[in-house]
Design a protein around this ligand. Structure first.
Ligand SMILES: Cc1cc2nc3c(=O)[nH]c(=O)nc-3n(C[C@H](O)[C@H](O)[C@H](O)COP(=O)(O)OP(=O)(O)OC[C@H]3O[C@@H](n4cnc5c(N)ncnc54)[C@H](O)[C@@H]3O)c2cc1C
Length: 414
């Protein structure tokens, strides 16, 4: 990874957090010659549990950035179908419904190794002398002038960096947002997700399909092929019960699933036991900050609007935020005499353009989370039948696919 040090006090923009939102926006700004410092608290981009589902709505942004060939070269899997397994009661036979990839209205859903995606974005940005990457150091606080305007950041260890604009893309637990005193207005969620990773083998897991098995007492266990190899296993649990599971000692190796998942699924997990050590919790949060900016600072991606995992939307919304932010920011930041007031006006415009899509997608995520619980099997049987036998209806469903294509047109103009 290329690492360059910024000149103190020289940055036009500081971007906090090298997730999909921060890395892509830093690239878009730096390649237009805007001095940009990207700060990532981890020393590398290798974290294991990151979202990997990139939809057409996110792919189109990467294409508009001119990254088609780079994306094609990343480790990835195209998801062609999801297989759902149902049982009536713990001992009932496993009934299977196969649903073709619903959101597939073009390039289709791809699972792309997120560390590789982020490395690629940073490597492309590093081709520009205006890009500076600081890794392994976190932002701890904000610098303000006498009028309260944010003028930069304070790093762990006390170093101070100044800039005309700070962009917080530091994720769902954003430190910058906390320092601004902004709290997320959360939509109440009823579930959390336990994640594990292992290489699974068996008839339920084939390379281009996801497998989702409903548990008789509620929730489901899902298996997705991980593009970098092996599988990601996500189990939906009732919100808040993770600590009970940990206390019970049944969390390692997903032992509490014994007797809850089908025989076939359990045997598959048993065979992978050696690799199934410490599942992690995804504490599901969904909502938006009441405002996405303050003088001198802009929140984007999960920092502004943490997404529910339903429908794999987070990366895609983060990329779309970056495109719209670049459209607004580049012209202003390239203006030699751009005033703080002009810059702040643009921050409001970015929020105004992005908020409607985020609101609509989060509402849909909430509805889908309810719908799947209440009438999953019947709905999916019906959908599966329609998708198989009626090409016209299938086409209509594709065209509506709001999870796949997004709710609005996003076009990179800079
Ligand atoms: C297990 C899991 C599965 C998911 N599955 C999907 C999926 O399939 N599809 C999908 O689209 N979304 C998925 N998501 C959601 C998706 O990963 C997020 O919505 C998306 O990554 C948000 O991007 P972001 O750039 O806003 O923030 P993040 O990806 O969270 O990146 C924030 C970055 O900021 C850094 N950071 C944090 N604090 C500081 C600090 N103080 N100083 C410096 N750096 C800091 C972090 O280290 C991180 O690199 C999933 C999430 C999880 C956890």
């Amino acid at each position: 990874m290329i690492e360059r040090s910024p000149r103190a006090d020289a940055a036009r923009v500081i971007v906090v957090g090298a997730g999909p939102a921060g890395a892509s926006l830093a690239l878009l700004l730096a390649r237009r010659g805007i001095d940009t410092v990207l700060i990532e608290r981890h020393a590398d981009l290798e974290r294991e549990f990151r979202g990997e589902g990139v939809q057409p709505s996110g792919l189109v942004c990467l294409e508009q950035m001119g990254l088609c060939d780079d994306v094609a070269a990343l480790p990835q899997t195209r998801l062609r179908r999801t297989v759902f397994g149902f049982r009536r009661g713990r001992d009932g036979p496993l009934r299977i419904v196969e649903v073709p990839a619903l959101e597939d209205g073009g390039p289709g859903i791809r699972l792309i190794a997120q560390p590789a995606l982020l490395r690629m974005l940073c490597a492309r940005a590093a081709e520009h002398p205006s890009f500076h990457l600081r890794m392994g150091v976190g932002v701890r606080g904000l610098l303000r002038d006498d009028g309260g305007r944010v003028r930069g950041v304070r790093l762990d260890g006390g170093e101070e960096l100044r800039a005309a604009l700070v962009i917080a893309t530091d994720g769902r637990h954003s430190i910058v947002r906390k320092r601004l005193g902004i709290e997320i207005d959360q939509v109440e969620q009823s579930f959390d997700v336990v994640w594990a990773r292992a290489r699974l083998e068996g008839p339920l897991v084939v390379p281009d399909q996801a497998y989702v098995e409903y548990l008789p007492e509620g929730g489901f266990a899902s298996v997705f092929p991980a593009p970098a190899g092996g599988h990601q296993i996500g189990v939906i649990i009732r919100k808040g019960v993770f600590s009970d599971l940990r206390r019970s000692g049944d969390l390692p190796e997903l032992r509490w699933l014994h007797g809850r998942v089908s025989k076939g699924m359990w045997e598959m997990l048993e065979r992978a036991r050696e690799q199934l050590h410490d599942p992690v919790l995804l504490d599901v949060i969904c909502g938006q900050a009441p405002t996405w900016s303050a003088p001198g600072v802009l929140l984007l991606g999960d920092a502004a609007h943490p997404m529910s995992p339903v429908g794999g939307q987070g990366i895609n919304m983060a990329l779309r935020d970056a495109v719209i932010a670049a459209n607004h920011l580049v012209p202003v930041l390239l203006e030699p005499g751009c005033s703080p007031a002009e810059l702040d006006a643009v921050l409001g415009a970015i929020e105004a353009e992005r908020r409607p899509e985020i609101t609509a997608i989060q509402a849909l995520q909430t509805r889908r989370a309810r719908g799947l619980r209440a009438r999953g099997w019947l709905m999916l049987r019906l959908m599966s039948a329609i998708l198989r036998v009626r090409p016209l209806l299938r086409l209509l469903l594709r065209q509506r696919a709001p999870f796949g294509r997004g709710q609005v047109q996003v076009r990179l103009r800079v």
